[in-house]
Design a protein around this ligand. Structure first.
Ligand code: URA
Length: 436
């Protein structure tokens, strides 16, 4: 087989078979196929597309490029939840404890985030004492005991994706549905879970700009997941404005805890999305026979405090200080705070998620490069979201962090996230539709 022939075949609209796809995925991962040929192949795929069979072969070849986590010593049907990424997305810390409280084992291996804020692992590390680098034996023991544990990725999951994604990022080939599907699903299929729940986002702060594009992506991912033998379901949710009010690592953990406290302390969008995702996890984990039943069980776990108790067990089990549940002053405190104020009287007509994300990253909440460390205290608290009436000079948001210059730079960016007009619009529900 020859890479040049395969590039020409795809360039001319041909269909690549399983063996051909395995050839170039393995060849590129092992360094036998150079970047320039892989770039040409990615561009040919970008323009000519891939059919379902090709996308499935690409996903499986990428899955098989590295380790496949073995979670068989964890009892029960394990379910992994995945979000296609958004701003203020702390849903693993909400839906995870709810699902665990209802009997679905949550054995979460999370990467560190490169982006607006850290990943779930970075967020949890803002809890004093919390360890995310425990041994696999201890991880399994904790999930079997408490039903929930979260660790950083062990082993090498889908190294082909790591290499190919880095190339896509610099060759204008990220935004292709087959390439996104194979990238996400190769990692999910290697994660060792029995079921997968997908939160596919669209809007200003998401990859997909429209609901239709998100549905196309979500449905393809679901088909590939089911074809690979994992019960896969999901939903489409809006990422036009950030989720909840907190964007930043410790701030998001605090907001997740507040949401799990129930009693109206959580933001409506977090509760809606959290209950739907947890409901889907119960369904995918064979704990509920329908989403309705899963949703009701999840709502009861939130109401009766068992989900909050799971959060306490998660924190305590991994060495964190469980007193943070009652006392938020135990989290590291930001040295610097700055307010962004309304330049005029009116109503917030737009709060751009992506701009808020960029601002939080500048404050120190996210990494620009893999080597950078995160400031756990950095982030943004959105006092006003869309449809909030404001008077000139009212506080719209607070920026927190340890570095004054960074906080100032973030506040400048954050000012441009808000649009203030005369009249608000209809409330946009966060959960748009279920898929799968
Ligand atoms: N997230 C991924 O992991 N891969 C993509 O291609 C897009 C989003």
């Amino acid at each position: 087989m020859n890479m040049n022939d395969l590039i020409i075949k795809k360039r001319d609209g041909g269909i690549l078979d399983e063996e051909e796809i395995r050839y170039f995925v393995a060849g590129y991962t092992q360094g036998k196929i150079p970047d320039y040929q892989m770039s040409a192949m990615l561009m040919a795929i970008y323009f000519k597309g891939m059919n379902k069979e090709e996308t499935c072969s690409l996903t499986v070849a990428m899955r098989d490029s590295g380790d496949i986590a073995d979670l068989s010593s964890i009892e029960g049907v394990k379910v992994d939840k995945h979000s296609t990424g958004g701003v203020g997305d702390k849903m693993t810390l909400i839906a995870g404890p709810i699902a665990a409280a209802c009997g679905v084992p949550v054995a979460k291996m999370s990467g560190r985030g490169l982006g607006f804020t850290g990943g779930t692992v970075d967020k949890l590390e803002s809890v004093p004492g919390f360890q995310t680098t425990i041994t696999e034996e201890r991880f399994v023991e904790l999930v079997n005991k408490h039903g929930i544990a979260v660790i950083g990725q062990t082993g090498e999951i889908a190294p082909a994706d790591k290499k190919i994604y880095a190339l896509r990022d610099v060759t204008g080939t990220v935004e292709n549905i087959s390439l996104i599907t194979s990238s996400i699903m190769s990692k999910k299929l290697a994660s060792g879970s029995d079921g997968i729940v997908l939160d596919v986002k669209f809007g200003d702060g998401a990859f997909m700009q429209t609901q239709e594009e998100a549905e196309e992506l979500g449905n393809l991912m679901i088909e590939i997941g089911n074809a690979a033998g994992k019960k896969t379901v999901g939903l489409i949710s809006s990422m036009n404005q950030p989720l909840g009010r907190a964007v930043g690592n410790s701030m998001e953990v605090i907001e997740a805890i507040d949401t799990l406290k129930g009693k109206g302390q959580g933001e409506k969008d977090l509760i809606d999305l959290g209950l739907n995702l947890a409901g889907l996890m119960l369904y995918a984990g064979d704990r509920a026979s329908s989403l309705r039943e899963g949703f009701d069980m999840a709502a009861e776990a939130l109401r009766n405090g068992s989900a909050l108790e799971k959060m306490r067990q998660l924190i305590e089990g991994q060495g964190g200080d469980p007193r943070v549940i009652e006392d938020r002053s135990l989290f590291p405190r930001p040295a610097c705070k700055m307010e962004v104020r309304a330049p005029r009287t009116g109503v917030v007509t737009k709060l751009r998620a992506k701009t808020v994300g960029i601002a939080s990253q500048h404050a120190g909440a996210g990494r620009m490069t893999k080597e950078e460390s995160i400031d756990p205290t950095a982030g943004i608290y959105l006092v006003c979201k869309e449809n909030c009436p404001v008077a000139r000079g009212d506080v719209l948001a607070e920026v927190h962090g340890k570095d004054e210059a960074k906080v100032q730079a973030a506040a400048k960016i954050l000012e441009t996230a808000y649009e203030i007009g005369e009249q608000g619009g209809p409330e946009e529900p966060v959960v748009k539709t279920l898929i799968g």
